[in-house]
Ligand binder design. Structure first.
Ligand SMILES: Nc1nc2c(c(=O)[nH]1)N[C@H]1C(S)=C(S)[C@@H](COP(=O)(O)OP(=O)(O)OC[C@H]3O[C@@H](n4cnc5c(=O)[nH]c(N)nc54)[C@H](O)[C@@H]3O)O[C@H]1N2
Ligand SMILES: Nc1nc2c(c(=O)[nH]1)N[C@H]1C(S)=C(S)[C@@H](COP(=O)(O)OP(=O)(O)OC[C@H]3O[C@@H](n4cnc5c(=O)[nH]c(N)nc54)[C@H](O)[C@@H]3O)O[C@H]1N2
Ligand SMILES: [Mo]
Length: 740
């Protein structure tokens, strides 16, 4: 999130595209309702289903899945034609808007209506309301990301905000509602195949910085890789780990894993049945030599595999049995206290990892900087301090355990709408949880990213200078006159390094400072750069332009490409997917060759989309272990429109088979409801225990079978992965149904 949940109350309009917060973020959704009630905000929802969020909307567009780019280009086309864009913002702070204008011109209301399957009046009405009620907040989550064009979707929505000047303002911004508890913290700490913690790319300079900070030799780190170059390559993604086990055999996609296959899998906090191509996942599990599940529950991975030996479940303690920091959806840090000691023989995850490191022989290196002289680890404070010391990229230096604990203990002293600590309290002048970037130990945190209406010292900043100083001869820095309040430089400036700090800040460093300072702000463990910058109200990362063009991507600007499995084969030919990609995250990944192989819709005419229920979470094991939550939806089902049901002779709660183009199938109940269109069915993905009609629940250890079991939707979600992130296309596929 660029802004925060409370700030949504300041919006004049809210554009929810691909999220269902009434169900998935019900507490956060109260801020949306308050915006509506107290601020008269217009609520706009774009979703292929009529959701509980849509039920609260003033305007609703029921688009076909995977057509958000046409919808938003259609909006921009209307905006440009009427001159509703924010010309000053675009001129001062954006690069590449001309290309967007050209592409948008192709998306006339008639074309959008055809591609999205809506009335053109709906587009016209929504665009006018959103353009005329500023600031507008755009909100999305999985409805935009789980597509082959997911990463383009996540670029088009911010571009819409740039067009309207809705960035860096209270009540505006791109407010991506994060998923799990601490999923923001998990990515901040590099649960990513491509980066080191803090989003540091895996290059030599960054590995060397981390080696120095961890007090280990770079050479020792590199020796742990089978081949030295693997240190710099992206790892497997969660979506495709199994391809590394199957290793290109039996027609499976080719992999590059340094010439070897994956033999052991350690799963910590993932449900496994939540990933696409479940039949492949099962094949991968079956082919492993060792499977270790670190989980407070019986992870379904242990149930869907036929593997009998060398499957272990290590009982992990829950969040209530340990303490530490987590990061909320708005980049705020939160301290969390232990409620009870770990129950029975369970252990917190970090202790399990320490034990693993001991047995693998690198405990000393792993804990070198966090042990005291007696070898004791003051967990979790020492870990929080290490994060603050190392992570400069997103500005975590100010996150001391003391400050975060103080915020946790004084929750009530922050303003709901600004998140600012109230006057006269111990947290006066600080933003709740010190949302990053929090550049120094007295910085208050940054509640709204890219906000130049505040000084940098008070949480303001321009856009980051990340992609060079110029492109195609055009400066990438903000225009003259565009800078945060009280900035020493009254316009754009580059990211701050050792060799430009004196010039940009107009200062002279002492010899002592010169000796201590890092090469650039991201490698400056002395934090001298950040401190000097604060004195001059300069953001260490520069003051640049937001770019609409990503010159290293397959699509330099976002372009519509039909889902791999589309009911509109005519449009697949007009807007085809990407070329197949060799070794994307170590695995060959198919796009066009799958999409254009044939017109799947002849045999599989119905759109299949998946999403969430309010009573279950993720793969579902935790919540299906609750009798009360399970009672609400005790059996796996698919939502089907009454017309479609009637066509197939299906009555409410009949069993049906859902078949996928890959030849897989699931047997589920039919819930006959009008919330989906007659061309679409919806399935939740929270169930497991059955596969293609077969009951596998006999594999649960005695007494651990959850109260609700059923087919996993991911057995029939179709092949398809995002071109950059490899997130599965679980929101847009095709299927065929029949009465069971
Ligand atoms: N109760 C509950 N809450 C949760 C979770 C849970 O499992 N249960 N999971 C958490 C997690 S991990 C996450 S990531 C978040 C996810 O939060 P959301 O993204 O809100 O979750 P979903 O319900 O998967 O999908 C959102 C909406 O996208 C719509 N959609 C599908 N395809 C498209 C499309 O092509 N375009 C558009 N515009 N919309 C589309 C779906 O119909 C759905 O209503 O929720 C979190 N909160
Ligand atoms: N078809 C379809 N598939 C989807 C999605 C979709 O919309 N449609 N959404 C995707 C998304 S956004 C997500 S995030 C995933 C979610 O899917 P998963 O990540 O699989 O979600 P959970 O069920 O929350 O899995 C978490 C596991 O961690 C365990 N756990 C809980 N607390 C702890 C702990 O403290 N330590 C350890 N070690 N384990 C713990 C739980 O018991 C559970 O087994 O699903 C993805 N899959
Ligand atoms: Mo998620």
């Amino acid at each position: 999130m660029t802004n925060h949940l409370g700030d949504i109350q300041n919006a004049k309009s809210i554009f929810i595209v691909g999220a269902n917060p009434a169900v998935n973020h019900p507490v956060g959704f109260r801020h949306f309702l308050k915006a509506k009630e107290n601020n008269g905000a217009k609520l706009i929802v774009v979703d292929p289903r009529y959701t509980r969020t849509a039920a609260k909307a003033d305007y609703f567009a029921q688009i076909r899945t995977g057509t958000d780019i046409p919808f938003m280009y259609g909006m921009m086309n209307i905006i440009f034609q009427n001159g509703w864009e924010d010309k000053e913002f675009i001129n001062d702070r954006v690069y590449g808007m001309d290309l967007i204008r050209e592409e948008a011109a192709k998306w006339t209301p008639e074309v959008v209506a055809d591609v999205c399957g809506i009335k053109k009046e709906t587009l016209l009405e929504i665009t006018e309301v959103y353009a005329k009620n500023r600031p507008g907040s755009v909100v999305w989550a999985m409805g935009l990301t789980q597509h082959t064009i997911g990463s383009s979707n996540t670029r088009i929505a911010p571009i819409l905000q740039l067009v309207l000047g809705n960035m860096g303002v209270s009540g505006g911004g791109c407010n991506i509602l994060r998923g799990h508890d601490n999923v923001q913290g998990a990515t901040d700490m590099a649960n990513l195949p491509t980066e080191l913690p803090g989003y540091y790319p895996k290059n030599e300079a960054n590995w060397k910085y981390f080696a120095k900070m961890w007090k280990v030799d770079f050479e020792w780190l590199q020796k742990n890789f089978v081949k030295p170059e693997m240190m710099f390559k992206p790892g497997f993604t969660l979506s495709k780990w199994w391809a590394g086990v199957l290793d290109g055999k039996n027609g499976n996609e080719a992999v590059d894993n340094a010439g070897d296959s994956i033999k052991a899998l350690v799963v910590i906090g993932n449900g496994i049945t939540s990933t696409a191509q479940q039949v492949k996942v099962k094949e991968g599990l079956d082919a492993l030599e060792l499977l270790v599940l670190v989980d407070p529950f019986v992870n379904d991975a242990g149930v869907i595999t036929d593997k009998k030996d060398d499957v272990y479940i290590l009982p992990a303690a829950t969040q209530f049995e340990t303490s530490g920091t987590v990061v909320a959806t708005n980049r705020s840090g939160q301290w969390r206290s232990q409620v009870v000691e770990p129950l029975f023989e369970s252990m917190p995850d970090h202790e399990i990892l320490f034990e693993l490191a001991k047995r693998l022989g690198y405990y000393d290196e792993l804990t070198r900087t966090i042990r005291d002289a007696e070898g004791k680890i003051e967990w979790p404070e020492v870990a929080t301090r290490e994060i603050a010391n190392i992570i400069k990229t997103i500005g975590m230096t100010g996150w001391t355990p003391e400050r975060l604990k103080k915020h946790q203990e004084n929750w009530d002293k922050f303003d709901e709408k600004t998140s600012l600590g109230k006057p006269g309290t111990v947290v006066e002048g600080e933003y709740y949880g010190l949302p990053w970037p929090c550049w120094t130990e007295d910085h208050p945190g940054s509640p709204i990213l890219y906000d130049i209406n505040k000084s940098v010292k008070q949480g303001g900043m321009g856009f980051r200078n990340r992609f060079g100083l110029e492109h195609n001869g055009v400066s990438q820095l903000a225009a003259d006159g565009s800078a945060p309040v009280d900035s020493f430089v009254k316009g754009g400036y580059p990211e701050i390094k050792k060799d430009n700090i004196e010039k940009v800040l107009g200062i002279t460093l002492t010899e002592d400072e010169k000796a201590k300072i890092g090469g650039s702000w991201i490698h400056d463990d002395s934090n001298i750069i950040a401190k000097k910058c604060m004195e001059k109200n300069i953001a260490p990362y520069g003051n640049a332009r937001a770019r609409t063009i990503v010159w290293t991507f397959a699509d330099q600007i976002p372009l519509h490409r039909e889902p791999l499995h589309t009911p509109r084969f005519d449009l697949a030919q007009k807007y085809p997917s990407f070329e197949d990609k060799k070794l994307q995250n170590r695995v060959d990944t198919k796009f066009k060759s799958v999409q254009l192989a044939k017109d799947y819709s002849k045999e599989f005419p119905i759109i299949l989309t998946t999403a969430r229920l309010v009573n279950f979470s993720g793969a579902g094991m935790e919540t299906r272990a609750s009798m009360y939550l399970s009672r609400l939806t005790p059996e796996m089902f698919a939502d089907i429109h009454p017309e479609l049901a009637a066509k197939h002779g299906i009555k409410n709660w009949d069993f049906i088979w859902v078949h996928s183009p890959e030849g897989t199938k699931v047997k589920v109940r039919a819930r006959v409801v009008p919330s989906v269109k007659p061309d679409t069915i919806f399935m939740p993905f929270h169930y497991a225990g059955y596969m293609q009609g077969a009951d596998m629940t006999g594999n649960f250890p005695d007494g651990t079978k959850p109260y609700a079991v059923g087919e996993s939707a991911n057995t029939v979600t179709n092949y398809g992965y995002d071109i950059n992130t490899q997130i599965p296309e679980t929101k847009s596929g095709l299927c065929r149904i029949e009465k069971a």
